[in-house]
Ligand binder design. Structure first.
Ligand code: AMP
Length: 214
């Protein structure tokens, strides 16, 4: 099963990707996470990406495209994958199609997470992430058992630099500028499934469970 996740930042794609990944044993490929790892490791890619990521701007296509192509050609993607955060525009979607055609595979689902902007701001501004394993928490909706400590690995939690109100607004604007053509691109292929993402993660998980079974 080959899945791409569409929807604004903060719509809950990452949270659901983790659940789908466990349930169907598919690798969760988050381009944002790969970029953050590169920033942390101070690689050449990380150095180029850092100022853009921190401002909530998109990183140039040529930087992310090679990163995704190489990840998709790894062995664990042979039985499927969940792409979270890629593609972000129609150009990336075309590149992805070409890359998948070379690997002789096609996409099954473009899950489009829809969520009101107010809720997105509330979710992102309260989000905390584990420095070690990348697990997501929320100070009100999903707090860790011990303050600022990851339940899973005891890592320290932090607030992403792009989860501040100003940058969140920019990210939402960037999303609005690019989302519609991308969704249309996949609608023409008949693989878009809207997911109302303003519910609790468990409820969304149930809906997705039904959808992906069919
Ligand atoms: P995310 O974790 O998906 O919210 O992504 C965090 C940031 O990484 C974005 O705001 C962009 O700066 C960058 N990014 C992630 N995926 C892409 C992509 N497909 N194209 C360009 N930039 C990206």
């Amino acid at each position: 099963m080959n899945i791409v996740l569409l929807g604004a930042p903060g719509a809950g794609k990452g949270t659901q990707a983790v659940l789908i990944s466990k349930k169907y044993n598919l690798p969760h490929i988050s381009t944002g996470q790969i970029l953050r790892e590169n920033i942390k490791a101070n690689t050449e890619l990380g150095k180029k990406a850092q100022p853009l990521v921190e401002k909530g701007e998109l990183v140039p296509d040529e930087l992310v495209v090679d990163m995704v192509k190489s990840r998709l050609s790894e062995d664990d993607c042979k039985n499927g994958f969940i792409l979270d955060g890629f593609p972000r525009n129609s150009k990336q979607a075309e590149v992805l199609d070409n890359c998948l055609a070379d690997l002789n595979i096609s996409l099954n689902y473009a899950l489009n997470f829809t969520c009101p902007p107010d809720l997105i701001v509330q979710r992102l501004s309260g989000r905390r992430v584990c420095k070690e394993c990348g697990a997501n928490y929320h100070i009100e909706n999903m707090p860790p058992k011990a303050e600022n400590i990851c339940d899973l690995c005891n890592g320290q939690l932090y607030q992403r630099k792009d989860d501040t109100i100003e940058t969140i607004k920019n990210r939402l604007q960037v999303y609005q500028d690019t989302a519609l053509p991308l969704i249309d691109y996949y609608k023409q292929k008949g693989i878009v499934y809207d997911v109302a993402a303003d519910k609790d993660p468990e409820q969304i998980d149930l809906v997705l469970g039904q959808l992906l079974k069919n």
